[in-house]
Design a protein around this ligand. Sequence first.
Ligand SMILES: NC(=O)c1ccc[n+]([C@@H]2O[C@H](COP(=O)([O-])OP(=O)(O)OC[C@H]3O[C@@H](n4cnc5c(N)ncnc54)[C@H](OP(=O)(O)O)[C@@H]3O)[C@@H](O)[C@H]2O)c1
Length: 279
Amino acid sequence: MQLELKAQVEALQPHIGRPPGLAVLMVGDNPASAAYVRNKERACARVGIASYGEHFAADTGQAELTQVIHRLNQDPNVDGILVQLPLPPHLNAEALLYEIAPKKDADGLHPINLGRLVRGEAGLRSCTPAGVMRLLTTYDVKLEGKQAVVLGRSILVGKPMALMLLEANATVTVAHSKTQNLAQLTQSADILVAAVGRPSYVTAEMVKSGAVVVDVGINRVEGPAGKARLVGDVDFANVEQKASLITPVPGGIGPMTVAMLLYNTVWSYSQGSKASYNS
Ligand SMILES: NC(=O)c1ccc[n+]([C@@H]2O[C@H](COP(=O)([O-])OP(=O)(O)OC[C@H]3O[C@@H](n4cnc5c(N)ncnc54)[C@H](OP(=O)(O)O)[C@@H]3O)[C@@H](O)[C@H]2O)c1
C-alpha cells in the first residue's frame, strides 16, 4: 500500500507543486508516544509526505495548542493534522480535535468526518477501522450478508468499525462490557473484530470454526524475565487453530492504521481546492 501511495504522490506532485504534508503534535515525553510519532514520520518519509512534527513541553496549555492548530489549518503546505494521544491530564483532547479543520483531520475522528461515515458520504475515515477494512479487502474476505461481531464500542474503533462493516453489507452486532452471553454471540460471527483492550480475552471457545478474526487490541504485558511485550485481545496461539484468517499482534492492524493515516493525508492532498471538501 505504501508503494501505491508513493506512486500517487509522485503523480500528483508536479501538478500541485509541493509534497503532501502531515503535522503530528506531541505534548510531553511519553516514550510510547514518541516511538509512535517516530514511526509515523518514517512512514511519511517512505511515501514522500513531508512531516511538520511539533513537540511541546508537558505543561503547554490548551490555548497555545489551539492556536497552533489554527495556524496549521491555514498552512497551505499542511494537508493533515493530528494530535498524538494520550495528552497530559490538564489538556482536553476532544476540544482540540474539534479545532482541526475537517479537511485536515488525518485521523478521521472529527465529528464532521464521523457524520460523513454515518451518512455513507466520501470523507476521511477513522484510520484503525479503515485499516481493518483495507486488510479484509486485500485478503478478499466477503462481507456481504455475513455475520460480523465487533467487540468494543469506542468512538476510536468499535463504533466506526461497525458502521464500515454495515456499509459493506455485513449484518453487524456490537458487543460491549454490558453484553450478556458474549461467547454465544461471538460463536455466530463469520467476522469477529476484537477491540476491547484486554490481553488474550477472545479464546478459541468463543470463535466459530473458519471465522475471520481481526485483533485490534494492543496490550502491554509482562513477558518472560519481566520484559514487557505486546499482545492483542485474542489468544492467538489457540484461536489460530480455528480461524480461517487471523491478524497478529504486533503487526496486523497496527501497521495498517499508520498506512491509513498516510492514505488520509494523500487523500486530503489530492482533494486540494475542491469546494465540496473545504469545510
Ligand atoms: N491497532 C491499532 O492501531 C489500535 C488503534 C486504537 C486502539 N487499539 C487498541 O484496541 C483496543 C481497544 O481500544 P479502544 O480505544 O477502542 O479502547 P476503549 O476506549 O477502552 O474501549 C474498549 C471497549 O471494549 C469494551 N469492553 C471492555 N471490556 C469488555 C468485556 N469484558 N467484554 C466486552 N466488551 C468489553 C468497552 O465496553 P464499554 O463501552 O461498555 O465500556 C469499550 O467499548 C486497545 O487495546 C487499544 O490499545 C489499537
